[in-house]
Design a protein around this ligand. Structure first.
Ligand code: UD1
Length: 427
């Protein structure tokens, strides 16, 4: 298994190209199941999670063609053409769903178009229990018959789905996406209340509209979908990754450097910019993206994760790394997932001073982190350790790099190009 080895303590300088968003690309890929025509997606990142989902779609019978960019655009993402002409298999097996929970996003589209889907329950995951009850309850409101049998969600709608009013009891990104796709092919109008407002939802909604769907309220928490008998193919580019943007912004801040994030969008990361500004790190909009530059020390800032437009849970571990080196204290509260502090004991191995009380972590800044061997059990926790390693004195070795490869394309190359001393090592 690969490891990442870092000699810390060097301020980063230069520019980083922000890739297509993993969490937007995943639902967009599954939207291909809604039509027999070809969906052409541009700016698709090269990530392990994307390969896993393509493998799942492939085993359902979707034809997938990758077009690599050439010349100027070679650093950008690739284009993927997906054609779900004939579906040969309606089962999403445990092996693939267990690997990546977003696999559950095939449920809505398969059920809506074919009236049939058997999707494995994902099971537990490192950041706590992640049930799919909201997806199931809402699809039932659209008339689906759903049973849980042998660890599978067995969903049937032989007469097709019917529009309905759905009020989500809690905000869920995945459930909103599954229902947006299902409702696009349902008979009549569906209203989704308390829908998630993440930019990735807007990206999906805009792609669905390009495919012929009728959706009102895009960007808000009340979405009204008028179902169509069929959708068509379309050509759509995946949005820039706001979590990758935020992660590199913190790389600049934690090393005391200056990075320009090419293709980054400020409106996707406003809550993070507010925290960075309060911590003493200005973020500037440029013609090419965002520029992040740290001038002085970092000040401690309290942070609470919330659904968009609040501070994203997917940036919680990274902001905690930054706060370990702040002057003063920072209270970091996680409200979305129950068990998302696994990076805390690893950061402590690097000299961080953090006390966890329930859903909150009190981070008391230390003057300097020290390099250490560390490992993490999820994607964002892993990258928080890379960030800490960039700032720490001496060598940090981060194991279980496969978590990083799920969500960060060529991270060691991108960081090395900005002056980090970082390499990938084989065991
Ligand atoms: C998505 C993101 C993930 C991010 C999360 C929250 C993708 C592929 N993943 O995950 O990176 O951390 O949003 O921004 O886009 N819940 C239920 N029942 C359900 C569904 C969710 O109780 O049926 C709970 C979850 O346990 C969690 C909360 O709702 O506490 C939010 O989860 P949700 O927004 O659904 O996360 P995902 O879509 O899985």
């Amino acid at each position: 298994m690969d490891k990442i080895r870092i000699q810390g303590g060097r301020p980063l300088a230069g520019s980083v190209k922000i890739g297509g968003a993993k969490n937007a690309a995943l639902p967009l890929l599954t939207a291909s199941l809604l039509t027999e025509e070809t969906l052409r997606l541009g700016n698709v990142p090269r990530l392990a999670d994307i390969e896993t989902l393509c493998a799942l779609l492939g085993q359902h019978g979707v034809r997938i063609e990758n077009v690599e960019p050439t010349g100027e655009g070679a650093l950008g993402g690739r284009t993927v053409l997906l054609t779900a002409g004939e579906i040969s298999n309606f089962q999403a097996p445990y092996d693939l769903v267990r690997k990546m929970r977003a696999s559950v996003l095939v449920l809505g589209p398969l059920l809506a178009r074919f009236g049939e889907a058997d999707v494995s329950l994902p099971g537990g995951c490192a950041i706590g229990p992640r049930p799919v009850n909201l997806h199931i309850d809402a699809l039932r409101r659209l008339g689906a018959e759903i049973a849980i049998e042998g660890g599978y969600i067995r969903a049937r709608a032989p007469q097709g789905l019917k529009g309905a009013e759905i009020h989500f009891p809690i905000v869920s990104v995945g459930a909103t996406e599954n229902l947006l796709m299902a409702a696009s092919l349902a008979d009549g109008e569906t209203v989704l209340e308390n829908a998630a407002r993440e930019p990735e939802i807007t990206d999906l909604a805009q792609c669905l509209v390009a495919m012929g769907a009728e959706i009102e309220g895009i960007g808000g928490d009340r979405l009204v979908v008028t179902g169509k008998p069929r959708l068509s193919g379309a050509s759509y580019d995946v949005m820039a990754d706001r979590i990758e943007t935020g992660t590199y912004a913190i790389a600049a801040a934690i090393t005391g450097g200056e990075l320009e994030l090419l293709g980054a969008r400020g409106d996707y990361v406003e809550s993070l910019i507010e925290v960075l500004n309060a911590a003493g790190v200005p973020v500037e909009t440029t013609a090419r993206g965002l520029k992040v530059k740290r001038n002085g020390g970092i000040r401690g800032v309290d942070v609470m994760t919330q659904p968009f437009p609040g501070f994203p849970t997917d940036m919680q571990a990274q902001i905690m790394s930054l706060m370990t080196t702040a002057s003063g204290a920072a209270m970091i509260t996680e409200t979305i997932f129950e068990n998302r502090f696994m990076h805390v004991p690893e950061l402590a191995r690097m000299g961080a001073n953090i006390t966890v009380h329930g859903a909150s972590a009190l981070v008391r800044g230390v003057p300097r982190l020290k390099g250490a061997p560390v490992m993490a059990t999820d994607l964002r926790a892993s990258v928080s350790l890379v960030l800490a390693g960039l700032a720490a004195e001496g060598e940090t070795v981060v194991s279980r790099v496969y978590h990083l490869d799920r969500g960060y394309e060529r991270i060691e190359e991108k960081l090395a190009a900005c002056g980090a001393v970082i390499e990938r090592a084989k065991d």
